[in-house]
Every structure is written in structure tokens, then in C-alpha cells.
Write a protein that binds this ligand. Structure first.
Ligand SMILES: *[C@@H]1O[C@H](CO)[C@@H](O)[C@H](O)[C@H]1NC(C)=O
Ligand SMILES: *[C@@H]1O[C@H](CO)[C@@H](O)[C@H](O)[C@H]1NC(C)=O
Length: 683
């Protein structure tokens, strides 16, 4: 059974009392979310109508992936230990899609319902191709396909341009100890040390300060006024930013001294730059027009230029998209574009393409439609295996892009397909690509420019590269709902760090997308908590507001769009913290510890925007630490301790800004349920 079918059955079973009980255990959600399953949340209240028919089965493997044989494992040792899950929906496509979207290049199905991902072999044996007859277990999600057997993997590889590296014979029975395992051990040691410090109630804390000071020089500004049109022409701006990083181990209330200084200047570019935010239409069933107006005005205040409207196949989705366009048109100065969720929409037939064509057409001439080079901007989440009945991925060209062109609509198509970047230049239908997974580090390390940006830029050549930015990622759905339970490391002031990388790329990349505005189930939202949360997600979302990131969004968005960090006219402090130690054991959580729980460290993070040098004090529980910061943006952190969080900025002995979470947030070493979402406070 294809995964889409399972979700629809789930929706049907939950909403229709007469439906016989569908097997709901062990369901795997489609890649990252399944907006149509929101129906399940509404039940009869949602005015449910008959769900759409099952989409055509997509048996083709995702672009770039191929079967590499039946591969043995050593008994008791996992050959692929990057990520794994079991699911009654498991089949090669489900497994590969889930590995690929996490950045893995090796995937294997095992014992029917298991899926394993990695980038290298682990363990001390196995890894050899054996006769296919050893892999004989039918896939749990599709009995017509084979999914390994006990300690045998049906093995798939992504054929990257560096060829051979991911070939199974390259790493044989003398398999090395994995890098991942080594790093995880280090992480555990660090966590243990932190916990010991807290338990002993000593006054020792670890502090880190990073200060960025910006000076802006505007070389020339010419303003031409013609009738009603105002054009800013020939604006060249240079910004010099000094970044200071301090690491110090100090006792309570001491001052950390700078140890390193680096300078950075945003690259110049005369092209317009856009900051988009990913909006999950699937969570807006109950939205009224004023909800859309509110989102538009809030996003405008953040410096966001428009929403990428993530659309699935909800029957009510088009009406909410209409309402979104109406709200943006009414306010002006805000753009929208469609981002088709191809994990929800079908794309196996020509009729499926017509559905997408008509949705684009409906708003193509709206004054709120986002345009690039005068063309209608369109995006996707996934879609690398879509054919639209054409027999291949070029169906995007013939059935979609060309069909729109025939109706006089030229689109600028920037999908987010999870394919080998080296294939992008040959895809005539792509004008660019959104690099979804560039928003988070895909492993137990801090994000860096070297991660995936370089490969995407190289693969795209002259095509547009849309970067992605996200503050956090944690999802915690149990097997009876979406069955996805993991985090991506969101440490090291990820939101700021990734913004700074994106700004450093502004010379070659002119669009970025914030992931997300409102994907509450994945903890990545920067917008207010509203709309319709996916079932059970309120356990990690309620009370975990992220709107305190607004001033950072506005600061960085301005730098990205103008090429100069804006002057800071008001002191502010923004703080974020998870509610319990990474290694804590929850006393009553049926979903269990999330995968990658060890990939995060226990710190209170803070960012200060200071108009002038100041003294900053951070507090986590009974621990506090004082820092001297310069004018500009400073990043600070303090080891987490039980209790509330707070911070203040003082100058000449006077407190100028102060924040205290009070009882709104309490860090605890004894959580009842797992929550790796962050609470954000600001003043
Ligand atoms: C895997 O297969 C290879 C080739 O047949 C064999 O030499 C090796 O011993 C096998 N390893 C395990 C752990 O079964
Ligand atoms: C990888 O793809 C290239 C180009 O399509 C092809 O020439 C090569 O044989 C492939 N390698 C493997 C191991 O499949």
C-alpha cells in the first residue's frame, strides 16, 4: 500500500464513524507533514466531504537513487546508523524519501517494515553485496516489493557526482567506526559535565559572547521622481561588520573578555532581494479574512516580503488561498506565491497537472502575486518523482510549465525537489531551486556555509538559488498520528548564524525563505501561535511562543535586502531556551525520546541589539552571568539551570531593557513529557 493511501484511510477512519477500523498503528507520515490529515483533527466539525480518490502509485525511485543490491549486516550491528524508523507503510519510496530529505545518501529497507539511512557504513562487518535471494521479506507497506530480511538490507544509493564514494563495495567488512558515533560520545560527555556542575550547585558557568558591530557608509544615493513613480537608482552601500567572539569559563557575575575578532562585509548586489516565509495553508481551516490580514501585517512588520503558500490537497485549501490573496491585495506591499506540497498533491496523471495549472492561473494576475523577472513565482515542497503521466520528470515541463505558457502565463519555477544538485542544470523546467535542508545542520554539528550551499550553487549554475533559514526544528508525533519524532540541532544561535550565512551569499542568491511561518508541528514557526494545530502538537507548542524573534528577523532581513546592517536605534534582548536537559528522561511520554535528542546542548541563548556598549546580565534559574558587550549585535549563552530565564541590559548603572520569564517558562530536570521546542522571550 502506498503511504498516501494510508493517510487517506486514516483520515477517513477517524472522521467517519461507520468506517471499519483501519490499522492506524505504525503509520508513517509522508515526508515531513501531511496537511490533509488535518481533517482528522476536525472530525465532523469540519463539515467533512468525501476525500479525493487515491493517487496513482508512484513506484519510480526518486531522481538520482538506484538499487544497489541485497547487502548483509553483522548480526547485532547496524550498517546504516544515521537515522532509522519502522513503519507499516514502509516501502523503498517511503524509506528513500525519508533518508533523502534528511540529507542521507545511503538507504536500506530491512525485515519488511524497517528503514535505515546513513552516509557511511558503521559496525565491524557486513556491507557486502550478496545474492538477491537473501532479501526476500515483502515490504510492510507494499507486499509486491521486497524490503530486505533479518540482517539483510535492500540497499539503495544516491548517485552523486563524486561517484563511487557511496558504492557499497567501497567500504567492506573492515568497516570503520562511524564519525557520528564518535561525535555522539563527545556530546554525551559534555552534557554529563554540565549536569554535574548544576547538581553540585557550584557557581561555575561557561559563557560565550559574540559581538557584531556594524558601520554603514552610503556611497551614493540618487532619487529620480517621475510623475507618480519614485525610483531609487544607483544606490551603493557598504557595510563593515566586526564580529567578536569570546569564550570564557567564569564564576558567577564576572566579565568575559574578547578573545577573537573577525570582520565581515555583506557582498554588494544591485539586484532586488526577497525574504519569503513558508505558510502552511493546511493549518488555516478555521481562518477568517481578518486572520489573513493579521498574518500579512505582522509579517510586513517583520520585514518579510511575502508568503510561500504551502498547499496540499485539502478541499478547502483553494478558498483559503483566495482569502490570503484578498488580504494581501487589500493591504498592498506584500506578495504571495503558491508552494505545492507534492507529498500531499497527486502528480501521476495529466489531470493532476491541470489541477496545478488552474491553481496558478487563478491568481497569476493578482497585484499581490509575487513575480520574478516579470514571471509568476511558483514553488513546491518535493516533487522529484512527479511525471504527470508523461513517463518521466520532464512532465513538469510539458504538462505544467508549457501548459501555463500556452495560456499566456510565464512562470518562474523554483521548486524544492530533493534531488542531486548536479541534475538541476539539465532540468529545463526549473528556473531555480529552494534548498530546504539548508536551514538546519544535517547532523550533530553547527551549521556552516560549507554544508550544502556550495553544492547547490555549483549544480544550479546560472539558475536561481533560494536559501532557507529556520530558528528550530523538533517534531514529536507518535505512531498513531504522523509517526515522526526527531529534532535537528538548533544550537549555536542557529537563527542568527544561518541569517548571517544567507547575507554572506547575497551576491549570488537573491531570495531566501524562512522555514516557517506557522508549521507548529515541527516547532519551526516564527509567526504567532494561531490557526489549527495538528493533533497532539499542542503538547510541545502551547506556551512556546516564538514571536520574540521578530526584532532579529527585521534586523537581518534589512541587511539581506539592502546590503547594510541597519542602525540600531533601540536596545533589545531576545532569549531562548529548551525546557529540560537534552539527556533528561521524561516520566510519562508515550511517544518516547526523539531521535537525535543528543544533538543539542543545554544552554540559554541570548542576542542583544545594543545602541552603545552595555553590561548584559543573563539568568537561568539561580545562575547568572554578566557580560560586557559593544554596540551592535551580540550573541551570548549561559549553561541552563532549573528555574525561569531572564536577561537585562544596563548602561551607566541604569537598566535600559529587562526581561524575565517568570512562571511563563520554567526549565526543569524532571520533565513529564519530552519537549525540545524552544521558548522565546524578548524585551
Ligand atoms: C557478508 O557477505 C560477504 C560476502 O559473501 C561475506 O564474506 C561476509 O562474511 C558476510 N558478512 C556477514 C557479517 O555475514
Ligand atoms: C552515476 O550517474 C552517471 C551519470 O548518469 C553514470 O554515468 C554512472 O554510471 C552512474 N554511476 C553509478 C554507480 O550508478
Amino acid at each position: 500500500m502506498a503511504p498516501v493511501a494510508n493517510l487517506l484511510l486514516l483520515a477517513l477512519a477517524a472522521s467517519s464513524p461507520s468506517a471499519s477500523a483501519a490499522p492506524v498503528d505504525g503509520l508513517l507520515s509522508l515526508p515531513r507533514r501531511a496537511v490533509d490529515a488535518v481533517r482528522r483533527y476536525y472530525g465532523d466539525v469540519g463539515g467533512l466531504t468525501k476525500p479525493p480518490p487515491l493517487p496513482n502509485k508512484r513506484a519510480v525511485l526518486p531522481e538520482g537513487w538506484s538499487y544497489a543490491g541485497c547487502v548483509n549486516e553483522s548480526w547485532g550491528q547496524r550498517l546504516l546508523s544515521g537515522f532509522s524508523f519502522s513503519s507499516q507503510a514502509n516501502d523503498p519510496l517511503v524509506c528513500i524519501t525519508n533518508c533523502a530529505k534528511r540529507g542521507f545518501k545511503l538507504a536500506g529497507t530491512e525485515f519488511g517494515d524497517e528503514c535505515y539511512c546513513a552516509n557511511e557504513f558503521t559496525g565491524t562487518g557486513g556491507g557486502s553485496v550478496v545474492p538477491d535471494s537473501y532479501c526476500k521479506k515483502p515490504c510492510a507497506g507494499d507486499a509486491s516489493e521486497v524490503c530486505g530480511d533479518a540482517w539483510y538490507l535492500s540497499f539503495y544509493t544516491f548517485n552523486s557526482t563524486d561517484g563511487g564514494v557511496y558504492c557499497p563495495t567501497a567500504s567492506t567488512s573492515a568497516g570503520p567506526t562511524s564519525t557520528t558515533a564518535t561525535t555522539a560520545t563527545t556530546e554525551t560527555t559534555t552534557t554529563t559535565t554540565a549536569a554535574t556542575t548544576t547538581t553540585a550547585d557550584t557557581t561555575t558557568t561557561t559563557a560565550e559572547t559574540t559581538t557584531t558591530t556594524g558601520t554603514t557608509t552610503t556611497d551614493a544615493t540618487t532619487t529620480t521622481t517621475t510623475g507618480t513613480t519614485t525610483t531609487d537608482a544607483t544606490t551603493t552601500t557598504t557595510t563593515t561588520a566586526a564580529t567578536t567572539t569570546t569564550e570564557a569559563t567564569a564564576t558567577t557575575t564576572t566579565t568575559a573578555a574578547p578573545t577573537t575578532t573577525t570582520a565581515s562585509t555583506p557582498p554588494r548586489s544591485n539586484l532586488p532581494h526577497y525574504v519569503w516565509a513558508h505558510h502552511m495553508v493546511g493549518l488555516t481551516y478555521s481562518y477568517t479574512p481578518s486572520d489573513w490580514s493579521g498574518d500579512v501585517s505582522t509579517a510586513k512588520a517583520y520585514g518579510v516580503d511575502g508568503f510561500a503558500l504551502n498547499m496540499g490537497n485539502d478541499y478547502w485549501g483553494p478558498a483559503q488561498v483566495d482569502a490570503a490573496y484578498a488580504a494581501a491585495e487589500a493591504q498592498g506591499g506584500f506578495k504571495l506565491f503558491l508552494s505545492f506540497d507534492m507529498t500531499s498533491m497527486s502528480c501521476g496523471s495529466a489531470a493532476d497537472a491541470t489541477t496545478l495549472v488552474n491553481l496558478v492561473k487563478a491568481h497569476a494576475s493578482s497585484p499581490a502575486q509575487a513575480l520574478v523577472d516579470g514571471k509568476v513565482l511558483v514553488s513546491t515542497f518535493a516533487g522529484s518523482s512527479c511525471t504527470f503521466g508523461s513517463g518521466g520528470v520532464n512532465g513538469w515541463q510539458t504538462q505544467f510549465v508549457d501548459a501555463l505558457k500556452a495560456q499566456g502565463i510565464n512562470i518562474f519555477f523554483v521548486p524544492s525537489i530533493f534531488s542531486d544538485p548536479s541534475s538541476f542544470s539539465s532540468y529545463t523546467w526549473m528556473d531555480g531551486e529552494l534548498n530546504w535542508n539548508s536551514a538546519w545542520p544535517m547532523g550533530n554539528f553547527d551549521i556552516s556555509l560549507a554544508s550544502t550551499d556550495a553544492a547547490y550553487l555549483a549544480g544550479l549554475g546560472s539558475k536561481a538559488y533560494m536559501t532557507a533559514i529556520s530558528p528550530f526544528f523538533f517534531t514529536h508525533f507518535g505512531p498513531s498520528t504522523y509517526n515522526k519524532n526527531w529534532l535537528y540541532r538548533s544550537d549555536d544561535w542557529l537563527y542568527c548564524t544561518r541569517w548571517e550565512e544567507v547575507i554572506a551569499l547575497r551576491g549570488t542568491s537573491t531570495m531566501t525563505e524562512i522555514l516557517t511561518w506557522n508549521d507548529f508541528g515541527e516547532s519551526s514557526y516564527i509567526g504567532p501561535i494561531k490557526g489549527d494545530l495538528p493533533a497532539t502538537s499542542s503538547t510541545w507548542v502551547d506556551g512556546f511562543d516564538h514571536t520574540g524573534l521578530a526584532q532579529l528577523t527585521a534586523y537581518y532581513a534589512a541587511a539581506y535586502k539592502t546590503g547594510a546592517y541597519p542602525a540600531i536605534t533601540k536596545d533589545s534582548i531576545t532569549l531562548w531556551s529548551r525546557p529540560h536537559p537534552a539527556a533528561a528522561t521524561a516520566s510519562n511520554d508515550p511517544v518516547g525520546r526523539p531521535t537525535n535528542a543528543g544533538w543539542t546542548s543545554d544552554f540559554l541563548y541570548a542576542v542583544v541589539l545594543a545602541t552603545a556598549p552595555a553590561t548584559v546580565t543573563l539568568t537561568s534559574g539561580t545562575t547568572s552571568q554578566t557580560f560586557q558587550v559593544g554596540a551592535g549585535l551580540s550573541k551570548l549563552k549561559l549553561a541552563s539551570a532549573p528555574g525561569g530565564i531572564g536577561g537585562s541590559v544596563a548602561r551607566n548603572g541604569n537598566t535600559v531593557v529587562e526581561y524575565s520569564s517568570g512562571s511563563a517558562f520554567q526549565y526543569t530536570e524532571n520533565p513529564v513529557t519530552y519537549n525540545y521546542n524552544y521558548f522565546v522571550g524578548s524585551a
